[in-house]
Write a new protein. Structure first.
Length: 364
């Protein structure tokens, strides 16, 4: 039984790096050159060189620190600061524009916008006739939006920072949201009544938003305790681009496939950054692959990331498989869902991620 499971898992690992009998019979009208020569789940690695400004980029060290109130600041401006305190920041100068809205005032600077609840509205915050769930974000600055490279967080992250550096500086996001139409991702972090939303476009930070909340940050469960020590991955860990293993495939209206491969029983549809394997007869999704860093996992991981980043986001794997048959040794980290019905396989070469596969466990 153990040998059969190992063989089945190895077959999935191999399928992530080869077409195993699939042949190209169609390409989308918007096929990208980077995808034209890819094999199933082993795409071009757009992040492997890790270069910024023409020079090799050294990854951030892993912080490992939990979030504190100090983290909810950027460029010397913190949530809760008074608007008058901004004038003391000589590097920022006076606001280029001030907008007074019904409930908020916005102060626009060169590289950031700060907002506060309108003072007159706060005067109503202690009225006893307000609904119990009606709350205000409090006095002072309630939102900071950074859009320029001149301001950085206390952990050194700013516009232009790499996605992987965000993960290494702040750890696993509470939530990763994909904006398929805008081709961007949102990494959400938070603690108590404060939240940070990092927007990433083209694998780099394009903006940072800090906000005061009216209710505590919710921490969704992302893993299951077996009761005997091991932690199994949660349901959302086996989703890619909104698709779920075992569900009937229905393409997003805003995307066209770039390439299609098929054999008599299954087909693989390639989209920007990922691929979907489904049965020909019933269109059930049997596997989801990442093909390059235009797509990330539900924890923010992508191709080209370092093995230490995988350890940070996913922890110790349930199984480790080695393949030494080629010129370069290959390693696979294998993680299971509760009940082991689904499997996540992360393939490495030279300590860098070169393949990520979500698949239904063939032994179940």
């Amino acid at each position: 039984m153990k040998y059969r499971m190992k063989a089945a898992l190895l077959a999935i690992c191999v399928s992530a790096c080869s077409a195993f009998g699939f042949s190209v019979y169609a390409e989308g009208s918007h096929a990208a050159a980077a995808v034209s020569d890819q094999k199933a789940g082993a795409g071009v690695n757009h992040s492997a060189e890790k270069k910024q400004g023409g020079e090799a980029h050294s990854l951030f060290p892993i912080s490992g620190k939990t979030l504190s109130a100090f983290d909810f600041s950027v460029g010397g401006v913190s949530l809760g600061d008074s608007i008058s305190s901004l004038s003391s920041l000589s590097s920022r100068g006076r606001a280029e524009k001030v907008i007074h809205e019904n409930t908020r005032d916005s102060y626009i600077f060169k590289d950031m916008t700060v907002k506060r609840t309108a003072p007159f509205l706060l005067s109503y915050s202690h009225r006893v006739d307000l609904p119990e769930d009606f709350k205000f974000p409090g006095k002072g600055i309630s939102e900071i939006v950074v859009s320029g490279a001149g301001a950085k967080t206390p952990r050194g992250i700013g516009v232009g920072s790499s996605r992987e550096d965000v993960l290494r500086a702040y750890g696993r996001p509470l939530m990763v949201l994909w904006d398929g139409r805008g081709k961007s991702f949102h990494f959400r972090y938070g603690s108590g009544l404060q939240e940070m939303d990092v927007t990433l476009t083209g694998d780099k930070v394009s903006s940072i938003r800090l906000a005061s909340l009216t209710s505590p940050v919710k921490r969704g469960d992302v893993s299951y305790d077996s009761g005997e020590g091991p932690l199994y991955l949660g349901d959302r860990d086996f989703k890619v681009a909104g698709y779920e293993l075992g569900s009937t495939f229905q393409a997003h209206p805003f995307e066209e496939w770039e390439k299609k491969m098929a054999n008599p029983k299954e087909e693989i549809l390639y989209f920007p950054g990922y691929a979907v394997r489904l049965t020909v007869k019933s269109s059930l999704i049997s596997a989801l692959f990442l093909t390059d860093n235009r797509m990330v996992t539900s924890r923010g991981l992508s191709l080209g990331d370092d093995v230490s980043t995988v350890d940070l986001l996913y922890g110790k794997p349930h199984r480790v498989e080695m393949n030494v048959s080629g010129s370069e040794p290959k390693t696979s980290y294998i993680y299971f869902s509760k009940g082991k019905s689904d499997v996540l396989i992360i393939n490495f070469s030279k300590n860098k991620v070169e393949g990520i596969v979500n698949a239904m466990n063939p032994t179940k």
